[in-house]
Write a protein that binds this ligand. Structure first.
Ligand SMILES: Cc1cc2nc3c(=O)[nH]c(=O)nc-3n(C[C@H](O)[C@H](O)[C@H](O)COP(=O)(O)OP(=O)(O)OC[C@H]3O[C@@H](n4cnc5c(N)ncnc54)[C@H](O)[C@@H]3O)c2cc1C
Ligand code: FES
Ligand code: FES
Length: 1333
């Protein structure tokens, strides 16, 4: 057995009062030195000092913290089971007897890598790498649990792991390559990758022979012993830490005994998976924890009729049982429906540990919780067995009685599910803002006992709803109405839907979908269920109403050229950091070990958006043990602004008097532990005065006159006024585009350490120079005293250009005040509310055009919401951008800014350009709608011709989209054939509609003169290896790899000889921000020039030698006093020439009109990337930007409390970036062949940003699908599509009415529909007119 590490000392009975667990094969004993509320991730990172497992949300919603646990299987004595779990949820005290594996155990560069790791790296599945350990561990858990995996299992396993960079396709390909049913192409690629690595056994360090017992079957690597042989023996157990008790009873009697002793002052929590805290974070803190994981009875399952399952059975295990029961036991086929429904609850890692009973208790405590478990069990008429601490007997109750039962001393023991007769039909639905890992807008369950012949409803049906309001479960009036009715009667269905709407009053909470949608959705789901129950009794074209959208297995194709003559430039080499990312070795800011005496900061934030601070009282917070100080504006020695060059207007680190937005920093609590600081920050009492209603939207700001026309004169091209007046056709319109959180997987963070020569600063900064200046400004110290280095950041997307400076400035003030190192790592809620996001936009336009749709004139106002201060507004340059690939002979463009009571909005991937292109594409759609033309025809007719000047845009020698890309795209995507197929599909399906659209792109790429970076290339005479440092920041975009490739190419050495060091403010002094896709280009350019200079010097020496090796040559240079280091400054005047980036994208979508859900069926992108420096990196940039843009336009929405101004979208529960199951089912990306760029760097073009502009195509395709439905219902009018187009919007734009709930399109029903009388009555009337005989 491995040696035991005790994690607490000083207690005599420590070994008795202990919790034992294994981490990566090493035994650990946890005692009272670690408080009971410590999560496993806290233990792993802070105590065990394993930094490979990352953390972001602390609520089970992102998957960054996934580890694998092997735990005693309480269902089967002596057995163990293995699964993935979120370490941010489970408490370390619950892990008694567990064996934990973290990413460090799988493999690293010393002991070799696991196949999952190799695949992820080899398939280019890492960019910033922050999500990578979690991704790998999720799959590792699945692999260990189920043995071999199928591609479908792989895809569904990743329902809880978010990645903001890659767009998921390469991650899915990587893991699918290990699946049994992987395509040959993926298998071949994996074989190549395996060859590139040498597998080493982590146990013996010698080459893996795949023969030891711990070797994971087929995984290609060993996991080592993961089973905890020394399982903590079941015994009642109690540990007291201060006023908090942790109990681990082994029997129900034990739980009852504890509950009996609980006094009213104590707050008790029965801990199973502890995932409930991910949903309701403020339910604690608790004084008494009862961990029921050792109570075997709570895990028992009786398979049979009836089915009984103990309270602690996990959701994943229940799903397995449902699957088995549905096929093996008569009367339990309904569990197939439940299985599908429960698979949509939370995500794999939550379901692996979360219990059904824990879920019911969330519903019990919070009746508004749209629990899927509650609703489905209620439908099944399940009976709960409960016991009460003070009673010797157990009771059986149904789910509705349960909600009324006092559970303060109650324990759920088990649930019993009865069989259902064959003629009872069951259907359930969960409609959520995102495909997976999202709570329901509305969930609904339907059950009807039907006469098999005439489908009469034989007894009162069940119509159950969640997500309406806390009290509404049964639609009682509708249920009563339906008894004895015939389901085939359309009048019954329509009338029932109307009664349903009348009897429900959905809550109107700002964070929820609108009451109108939820009501209409409830009606639609009822209709869906009816159509499903009727099966082939409804006509074929209506039948599509019943099914939810089925997502097939996704796939991707990538096409590109690779030219060997410049290798390794142009070669698809893996990212230079990927091998450390896949092993968890790549260190992000919070992975840096703490210094002696280090403190942690947590922000105190404003609760109001528009108010004055009356007083701040931190005295209660300061009493909490461990709290060291409260730091506020008065402590700032320098200027109270974290802005220096990122705009000109001050933005305070801490508010002094007037609060400008809810979430603004009022001060910082500093404590010895991060958890203590966070807890204490909530105890600071703030009094406000002069509280005013906040202005939160562009429209409100315009009404209040808080707007500013950025330019004194608008941008004008031609004569727009006259041309508009003369235009034959004119339309006007308005369009709103929403905000977007950058959602970097690594949160903003900073650490400041006072040192002998100033301050050592770590920061998650995209712009170290600005961060250095901000700290110098806030502390009022010289810039040279700030030593700042950035190794990498876990995603940037513009969110770390200036916003990190709030964090690091606050840490600096605290460090200076306390003369100790201070670290701040934002939790997700603070991050989302403290800083601004992508700017929201509104466009107003008037366009004139001819009969063909050719533009004659366009007047556009683009209005941006800058937040409370305008430092990063991108609006002024958008007049150029909005021309896209089109020629508009007369243009007037007015950029306008408004201020709101929100955090200052920031640049976010392709800022403004995305919105400008969306604006013009929306105008095109409007013109096409007006003329009843295909929007593609309007696009084509407006394409800019060669050599024609445009607004502030020099003529293009060619329109590459028109000439090359569109013809190729139309051919590759089989656009015309699919257009016909879509037409037929739409004719044949009333309730499912498809739409397809093409959006072109022109992206003028001019290197701004202020974009300059310092680069140093140092060759070491010892062995000829080369180290490079540059002023750019690696944040996933592959800048380091591209720079290394250029250096290797230019020096003529193998890539392995080149290493890229962290960026710092010495080599990179005065460098500009890494952003706008400029960093990779210019740093590669700088490296190229530096290497050319080196080559000039070196080649003089080489010429005098006879075929020397590289090392010989370098040594000789050194000996001859040749400087083998070179620094280059990419001065604006020496920038490479500007160039154009062209592209086009075709997207097909299918919508489910009744719910608003949609599926992106296929996407084809062709982008001109010049001659790519690294095609896989560039494909990754294109895919990642595109998927991020899809999030912007579909599921990512910001909501505020309109009274206080608080941002309600501040967690993974409320904010939904795309998951792996939201991306296009078929994603094909081609880098335009033969497209070498005579300008730019080494023939390449930038790829980080442009592809985000394609994403608006999802809106135009959705418009086509929605239009198809509206047109079928004789509504051809133009409609606005303000973005994001959420599922709610799709449904609402379709304008579904219960009168449309047909069951057949026959004349018979036509009569029903209009008469709204029963079929019997119609038949009677017909009989009167047409008597038999
Ligand atoms: C990211 C995420 C997404 C989610 N999505 C969904 C979703 O889409 N739909 C949905 O329905 N749910 C969802 N959930 C809720 C999830 O299903 C529950 O968190 C989980 O089932 C709770 O189980 P647990 O074992 O972790 O409970 P715990 O967190 O351990 O306990 C929860 C509560 O139950 C009490 N409790 C536990 N066992 C008993 C018992 N035997 N007797 C009495 N009280 C008991 C505890 O005291 C505590 O108050 C989501 C959760 C997360 C974190
Ligand atoms: S940090 Fe644990 S799931 Fe996000
Ligand atoms: S690589 Fe996945 S979040 Fe960056």
């Amino acid at each position: 057995m491995a040696s035991v590490k005790t994690m607490s000392a000083g207690e005599e009975d420590f070994l008795l009062r202990r919790i034992k667990l294994k981490v990566n094969g090493q035994d650990y004993v946890v005692g009272s030195g670690i408080p009971p509320w410590t999560t496993l991730i806290g233990f792993l990172r802070e105590t065990v000092k394993l930094a490979g497992t990352k953390v972001l949300c602390w609520e089970g919603g992102c998957g960054a913290c996934t580890i694998v646990a092997t735990v005693p299987d309480q269902e089967t004595a002596g057995k163990f089971k293995t699964f993935s779990v979120n370490a941010c949820q489970i408490l370390v005290y619950s892990c008694a007897g567990w064996s934990i594996e973290t990413i460090e155990h799988l493999g690293d560069r010393h002991k070799g890598y696991h196949s999952l790791q190799k695949a992820l790296s080899g398939f280019y599945g890492t960019q910033c790498g922050y999500c990578s350990p979690g991704m790998i561990m999720t799959l590792y858990g699945q692999l260990k649990a189920s043995g071999a995996l199928t591609a479908s299992q792989v895809e569904h396993s990743l329902d809880g792991n978010l990645c903001r960079c890659t767009g998921y396709r390469p991650i899915l390909d990587a893991f699918k390559s290990l699946a049994e049913d992987a395509s040959q192409q993926l298998k071949d690629k994996l074989a190549d990758i395996e060859d590139a690595y040498k597998a080493h056994c982590p146990e013996t360090a010698s080459a893996c022979k795949r023969s030891c017992s711990g070797c994971t079957k087929g995984s290609g690597s060993c996991s080592g012993s993961s089973q905890n042989e020394d399982v903590t023996q079941p015994e009642d157990f109690k540990l007291t830490v201060g006023a908090v008790q942790w109990y681990r009873p082994v029997s129900i009697r034990g739980i009852k005994n504890i509950l009996k002793k609980v006094t009213p002052n104590e707050k008790v929590c029965i801990v199973v998976g502890n995932t409930g805290q991910g949903v309701y974070k403020d339910d604690g803190p608790y004084t008494t924890y009862i961990n029921s994981n050792s109570v075997k009875e709570l895990y028992s399952i009786t398979i049979g009729s009836p089915l009984t399952m103990g309270a602690n059975v996990s959701l994943s295990r229940v799903i397995e049982v449902f699957k088995h029961m549905a096929i093996s036991y008569p009367g339990y086929q309904y569990l197939k429906t439940f299985q599908s429904h429960w698979e949509l609850v939370a995500n794999v890692s939550v379901r692996n540990i979360g219990s059904w009973a824990g879920n019911l208790m969330l519903k019990h405590k919070h009746p508004e919780f749209p629990s899927d478990i509650f609703l489905t069990l209620l439908l099944a008429n399940a009976q709960l067995t409960l016991c009460h601490a003070d009673s010797l007997t157990t009771t059986q109750i149904d789910l509705e009685q349960f909600l009324q039962t006092d559970m303060s001393r109650g324990i759920i023991l088990s649930v019993t599910l009865p069989p259902m007769p064959e003629n009872v039909k069951v259907q359930t639905f969960k409609i959520s803002p995102r495909t997976v890992n999202a709570h329901a807008h509305v969930n609904a369950c339907f059950k009807m006992k039907l006469d098999p012949v005439d489908v009469k409803i034989l007894e009162k049906p069940f119509l159950l709803f969640g997500g309406i309001n806390a009290d509404f479960i049964h639609a009682e009036q509708t249920e009563a109405y339906l008894v004895g009715k015939y389901l085939t009667e359309v009048v019954t269905v329509v009338e029932a839907a109307k009664i349903l709407a009348n009897e429900m009053t959905p809550d109107a909470k700002p964070q929820d979908a609108s009451p109108q949608y939820r009501k209409s959705l409830a009606q639609s789901l009822f209709y869906k269920a009816v159509v499903g129950f009727l099966g082939d009794k409804v006509s074929g074209d209506i039948r599509s109403a019943a099914a939810i959208l089925e997502r097939p297995l996704s796939s991707g194709q990538q096409g590109f050229d690779m030219n060997e003559d410049t290798w390794p430039v142009g070669k698809g080499v893996p990212k230079v950091e990927s091998t450390t990312q896949i092993s968890g070795e790549a260190a992000y800011l919070d992975d840096v070990p703490p210094l002696h005496n280090e403190l942690h900061g947590a922000f105190v934030q404003s609760s109001f958006a528009n108010a004055k601070i009356k007083s701040i009282d931190a005295s209660e917070a300061l009493k909490i043990p461990g709290v060291v100080s409260f730091v506020a504006a008065a402590d700032i020695p320098g200027r109270n602004s974290f802005i220096v060059n990122a705009g000109a207007r001050p933005d305070p680190v801490f508010v002094e008097e007037q609060v400008k937005y809810a979430g603004q920093a009022l001060g910082l609590i500093v404590a010895d532990q991060r958890a203590t600081a966070l807890r204490a920050a909530k105890q600071v009492i703030v009094e406000y005065e002069d509280i005013k209603k906040p202005i939160l939207t562009i429209k409100e700001a315009l009404q209040q006159g808080r707007s500013k026309i950025v330019m004194s004169e608008p941008y004008i091209f031609g004569n727009p006024e006259d041309a508009l007046n003369a235009a034959k056709h004119k339309v006007t319109g308005e369009q709103q585009q929403g905000s977007q959180f950058h959602f970097t997987m690594e949160a903003l963070a900073g650490r400041v350490t006072p040192t002998e020569d100033g301050y050592d600063v770590l920061s998650t900064s995209q712009w170290p120079t600005e961060t250095q200046s901000a700290v110098a400004q806030v502390l009022n110290v010289p810039a040279h005293s700030i030593n700042l280095a950035v190794r990498r950041i876990g995603g940037g997307f513009g969110g770390k250009i200036s916003r990190q400076n709030i964090v690091v400035s606050a840490a600096a003030v605290a460090a200076e005040k306390l003369k100790r190192p201070v670290r701040i790592v934002l939790d997700l809620q603070t991050h989302m509310s403290l800083v601004g996001w992508r700017e929201p936009y509104m466009s107003k336009y008037e366009v004139g055009f001819d009969d063909d749709g050719k533009f004659e004139a366009l007047k556009v106002d683009m209005i941006t919401d800058v937040g409370h201060v305008a430092n990063e507004a991108s609006v002024s340059g958008l007049g150029v951008r909005l021309q896209n690939t089109y020629y508009i002979p007369n243009v007037l463009f007015r950029p306008i800014m408004v201020k709101t009571n929100t955090a200052a909005n920031t640049w976010c991937r392709t800022p403004g350009t995305v919105e400008a292109i969306a604006t013009i594409e929306n105008v095109i759609e409007n013109v096409a709608s007006y003329l009843k033309k295909d929007p593609l025809d309007v696009r084509l007719i407006n394409m800019v011709a060669p050599n024609v000047p445009r607004l502030l845009t020099p003529p293009h020698a060619r329109n590459v989209v028109n000439d090359d890309i569109l013809p190729l795209l139309i051919q590759k995507s089989m656009y015309q054939e699919r257009k016909e197929e879509i037409k037929i599909f739409n004719q044949e399906n009333v309730w499912k509609k498809r739409g397809m659209s093409i959006v072109p792109l022109w992206y003028g790429y001019n290197y701004p003169s202020v974009f300059r970076y310092g680069i140093q290339v140092s060759i070491y005479e010892h062995d000829g290896t080369v180290a490079v440092s540059h002023g750019g920041i690696e944040m996933g975009q592959g800048i380091n790899t591209k720079v290394a490739q250029v250096v290797a190419y230019k020096l003529g050495i193998p890539l392995e000889k080149v290493i890229i060091k962290a960026a710092d403010t010495m080599v990179g002094a005065n460098s500009i921000v890494t952003g706008g896709s400029f960093g990779s280009d210019l740093c590669a350019h700088g490296a190229k020039v530096a290497c050319e200079a080196l080559r000039q010097r070196i080649d003089v020496v080489r010429a005098k030698m006879k075929n020397p090796s590289w090392v010989q040559l370098i040594r000789k240079c050194h000996k001859n006093d040749v400087d083998i280091c070179e620094r280059y400054w990419t001065a604006g005047k020496e920038h490479p020439d500007s160039y154009d980036i062209w592209g086009a994208c075709c997207l097909e979508v299918e919508i489910d009109v009744l719910t608003g859900q949609y599926l992106i069926r296929r996407v084809d992108i062709i982008e001109d990337c010049g001659r790519s420096m690294n095609p896989y990196i560039d494909i990754g940039q294109v895919e990642g930007a595109f998927i991020m843009g899809l999030g912007l336009y579909t599921s990512e929405i910001v909501k505020y409390d309109t009274n206080t101004g608080q941002k309600l979208s501040n967690s993974t529960w409320e904010y939904k970036p795309p998951t792996a199951l939201d991306i296009p089912v078929d994603l094909r990306v081609t880098l335009l062949p033969n497209a070498s760029n005579p300008h730019g760097v080494l023939g390449s073009k930038a790829t980080g940003e442009p592809a985000a502009c394609f994403s608006y195509v999802v809106v135009t395709a959705l418009r086509a699908a929605i239009t198809a439905f509206r047109a079928a219902n004789e509504n051809e009018a133009w409609f606005d599509m303000d973005t994001p187009i959420t599922v709610e919007k799709v449904h609402q734009l379709c304008g579904v009415q219960p009168e449309q709930f047909k069951l057949s399109t026959s004349t018979d029903e036509f009569l029903d529909d209009f008469c709204l009388i029963s079929k019997d009555q119609v038949y009677a009337e017909v009989a009167t007119f047409c008597p038999v005989n």
